[in-house]
Design a binder for this molecule. Structure first.
Ligand SMILES: Cc1cc2nc3c(=O)[nH]c(=O)nc-3n(C[C@H](O)[C@H](O)[C@H](O)COP(=O)(O)OP(=O)(O)OC[C@H]3O[C@@H](n4cnc5c(N)ncnc54)[C@H](O)[C@@H]3O)c2cc1C
Length: 324
């Protein structure tokens, strides 16, 4: 058993516990989200020892050097003295200015902020409710839109944040959010490179932003978007995507449904990633974006790599949820 010191508190950390487990068990209010090392909500700093390597995976080099680590991935190897990062540096306020139903399952939430926030469409932020409940959501709009952030939030049955956002959150409410994170965004500089984008459900959010950024920046290579869901209720912005495909000769759009009883017309039948990856012979030289259901993202990553995409050209955000 090791000892974790956080402010005035000394907490015992058992062999199978993370620093996050130990601090929460002692009722120390630590922000957290995915508990799987992705959302980085539980970023903390070690004030004495170097944190275990596994607890620093995915965080910026500059922060690693300052002994920042993710509490949810930190199985301490020795006693540690830890603190939360200076929250004023990393949290911003934003007000909900619009809420729009995009499909029976998905809302578009538009927030306005006043702070200096830099981001690329497709990155994600952690949104926090007044009581501290925090979840990650991908940014669907380009930073060219003045001081606005757009999110697409899918309702999960009994999901704490998503059900609240759908049922109770109203325009005028203030939320706090972190700076934008992640590398899932458009990269200018290789304008001829073909792009393959695969998303399920609200996984369209980052892809929608990436596509608009790519087209606005004159991307000349072909762009292929596959958006899938079990049934048509999880699909949205269909007309807008079809219009975009008419407007830009290099943009191709396929919406698909995969449920056993998926008889809806107008959609391709099957799983988006299987349809997408079967349609190309080779992904050598392509850039691939994968967003949404974690299983789809993991399978597609492997399949895209086998089809020739280089690992450095595969950008993925798995929409991990908390296991209950
Ligand atoms: C990097 C990143 C980006 C993300 N971006 C977005 C985004 O743009 N839009 C978006 O909607 N979400 C996004 N998410 C997911 C989001 O962070 C939340 O996890 C999600 O909204 C659920 O939160 P909740 O509080 O409503 O659910 P919770 O209260 O956390 O409950 C989730 C519960 O639902 C269960 N569950 C998981 N999937 C399903 C399912 N398909 N059907 C039924 N139950 C299920 C889980 O096992 C868990 O028990 C993202 C996640 C990450 C890590």
């Amino acid at each position: 058993m090791l000892n974790i010191t956080c402010g005035e508190s000394n907490v015992a950390c058992l062999a199978n516990e993370t620093v996050l487990d130990a601090l929460l068990k002692a009722n120390i209010p630590i922000p957290y989200g995915c508990r799987q090392g992705v959302c980085q909500s539980c970023l903390m700093r070690s004030l004495d020892v170097t944190p275990p390597v596994a607890a620093q995976i995915g965080i910026k080099d500059t922060l690693q050097k300052q002994n920042y680590f993710l509490a949810c991935c930190c199985h301490p190897e020795q006693d540690m003295t830890v603190s939360l990062p200076d929250q004023q540096d990393t949290w911003f306020e934003a007000s909900v200015i619009q809420k729009q139903q995009l499909s029976p399952e998905i809302i578009r939430l538009t927030l306005q902020y006043n702070a200096e926030l830099s981001f690329f469409a497709g990155q994600f932020v952690n949104l926090q409710r007044l009581d501290g409940l925090t979840r990650s959501y991908s940014i669907a709009n380009s930073s060219r839109h003045e001081k606005i952030l757009e999110f697409h939030i899918r309702r999960l049955p009994n999901g704490q944040f998503s059900s609240w956002a759908h049922d109770e959150l109203q325009p005028g409410t203030t939320l706090t959010l972190t700076e934008a994170r992640g590398s899932c965004h458009y990269l200018p500089g290789r304008a001829q490179q073909p792009l393959l984008l695969i998303g399920t459900g609200s996984g369209l959010a980052p892809l929608y932003g990436i596509i608009h950024d790519a087209l606005a920046q004159g991307h000349a290579g072909s762009i292929h978007l596959y958006h899938g869901s079990r049934n048509s209720e999880g699909l949205y912005l269909i007309d807008e995507m079809q219009e975009l495909a008419k407007q830009y000769a290099n943009f191709n759009y396929t919406a698909s449904v995969s449920g056993a009883c998926a008889t809806e017309t107008g959609f391709a039948q099957g799983r988006a990633h299987e349809l997408a990856l079967n349609a190309v012979q080779s992904l050598k030289g392509w850039r691939v974006y994968l967003c949404g259901h974690p299983e789809m993202v993991n399978q597609s990553k492997r399949m895209a790599y086998i089809k020739g995409a280089s690992l450095g050209d595969i950008y993925a955000d798995a929409f991990l949820t908390l296991p209950h």
